[in-house]
Design a protein around this ligand. Structure first.
Ligand code: DC
Length: 203
């Protein structure tokens, strides 16, 4: 593998990109950055009253380690701040530096293959039907003790898809040269195997 090797994994919420990214990074010994966490951290700071652009420009490693980043409120807040061009711009350098770290990196998000790392050696777009994604997120949130109905989760997923796909800045869409993996009918193991196959074809 070359000194820097970037794998870009994009897709909508709960399609499985986080699980696939972690597994690929662990299997190949690469760094992994979940870029959604950056937007979630900005989102929760905004919920605390900090203006969005200031929050993005002053993010600290501690902000990224907060335990409340995985919840429903953080997800919606993240999707809202993510439409702001200056917020996105403030997060670009950190992501690009991570992508080019020695030894290689996997970044997952919405715009990695299209905007952050258009030069990535491997680009995957991981997707699944809204219903399947809502069911997965529902099980995850229920396991964490969040009381929410499947219908509410599906509404959240659709609302975020709509905002993430239709924003002017870096909308969620597959890069032209991305390989699409639809995980609707795939087990986690099968999805990871497909992703690893694709990476192997480019190394
Ligand atoms: O991947 P996630 O669900 O943690 O992302 C939360 C929100 O952050 C998502 O709805 C949109 C935004 N986001 C983005 O705009 N660009 C990224 N690269 C990652 C996340």
């Amino acid at each position: 593998m070359t000194a820097s090797f970037t794998i870009a994994i994009d897709g909508p919420a709960a399609a499985g990109k986080g699980t696939i990214s972690k597994a690929v990074a662990a299997e190949l010994g690469l760094g992994h950055l979940d870029t959604g966490l950056l937007y979630r951290a900005v989102g929760v700071r905004v919920l605390e009253g900090i203006p969005a652009i200031e929050a993005a420009r002053t993010l600290t490693p501690e902000d990224l380690a907060r335990p409340d980043l995985r919840g429903r409120e953080a997800a919606q807040a993240a999707s809202k701040v993510a439409v702001i061009a200056e917020v996105r711009a403030a997060l670009v350098d950190f992501q690009r530096a991570f992508a080019r770290r020695a030894g290689g990196a996997v970044l997952d998000g919405r715009d990695i293959g299209t905007v952050i790392c258009p030069y990535a050696e491997v680009k995957l777009f991981v997707t699944a039907s809204a219903e399947v994604r809502a069911q997965r997120r529902f099980l995850e949130l229920s396991a964490k003790g969040q009381s929410i109905s499947l219908e509410e989760v599906l509404a959240d997923v659709k609302e975020r898809d709509e905002r993430d796909m239709n924003r002017a800045e870096a909308p969620l869409k597959p890069a032209e040269d991305a390989v699409v993996i639809d995980t609707s009918a795939l087990s986690i193991e099968a999805a990871i195997a497909l992703a690893l196959q694709e990476v192997a074809a480019h190394r």
